[in-house]
Design a binder for this molecule. Structure first.
Ligand code: GRF
Length: 198
């Protein structure tokens, strides 16, 4: 995919978050531990009070927040996001709990350069409340998926997946916790694979 990343300078990562940012933190730890050769350069959140921003600050990664409400249109909002990441010379955008669908202004500025993690084995259970969907469907195995972002909702090409057992008596919360642990192990490895072109 992008074998040129494996040589030369570490790839510059930009993050998009809306909440806790525990996936972002797991990736930042992998970078710190030198398991993943990359440089985190910018974190964007659409929520000013996202807990993940505190985590970004702890790792000394610059962050910016603004929301669609601050702009006259959704396109204007997304153009600002694209400009932010272009200014930071980001090579790859890592969506990690960013709770909005991305549209053309960002997708066109970073073609095939945007990754997302979703808490199900896609194509099963796309969209919101994936863990609840899994419980309600009665599946015995769920998991998480890292995929490239396209204009659909959780429809882009799949990069990596990890299976997680759904146990008897699981609630949405207990399953979400088990899947989140798998997400933390999976995401940085999937980024590594993309950067190495494997
Ligand atoms: C994760 O379950 C992720 O799959 C989904 O949103 C959650 C984000 O968690 N897209 P965190 O903000 O990384 O802790």
């Amino acid at each position: 995919m992008s074998p040129f990343f494996s040589k030369g300078k570490p790839a510059r990562l930009g993050f998009m978050i809306s909440g806790a940012g525990s996936n972002m933190q797991a990736i930042l730890k992998a970078i710190e531990a030198k398991h993943l050769r990359a440089k985190p350069v910018m974190v964007f959140s659409d929520k000013k009070d996202a807990k993940g921003l505190v985590r970004a600050a702890k790792f000394k990664v610059p962050f910016q927040t603004f929301s669609p409400k601050d702009f006259s249109s959704r396109n204007a909002y997304e153009r600002e996001i694209a400009a932010l990441f272009q200014k930071s010379e980001v090579d790859l955008i890592i969506c990690a709990g960013y709770m909005r669908v991305l549209h053309q202004p960002v997708l066109q500025a970073f073609p095939h350069k945007i990754l997302n993690i979703h808490p199900s084995l896609l194509p099963s259970f796309p969209g919101l409340k994936a863990q609840r969907q899994a419980i309600e469907a009665g599946v015995k195995i769920s998991g998480c998926t890292v995929h490239f972002v396209d204009e659909g909702v959780d429809t882009g090409p799949i990069i990596a997946q990890s299976a997680v057992a759904v146990k008897p008596g699981d609630t949405e919360e207990t399953l979400a916790k088990r899947i989140l642990k798998a997400e933390h192990a999976l995401y940085w490895r999937a980024i590594d694979a993309v950067l190495k072109g494997s």
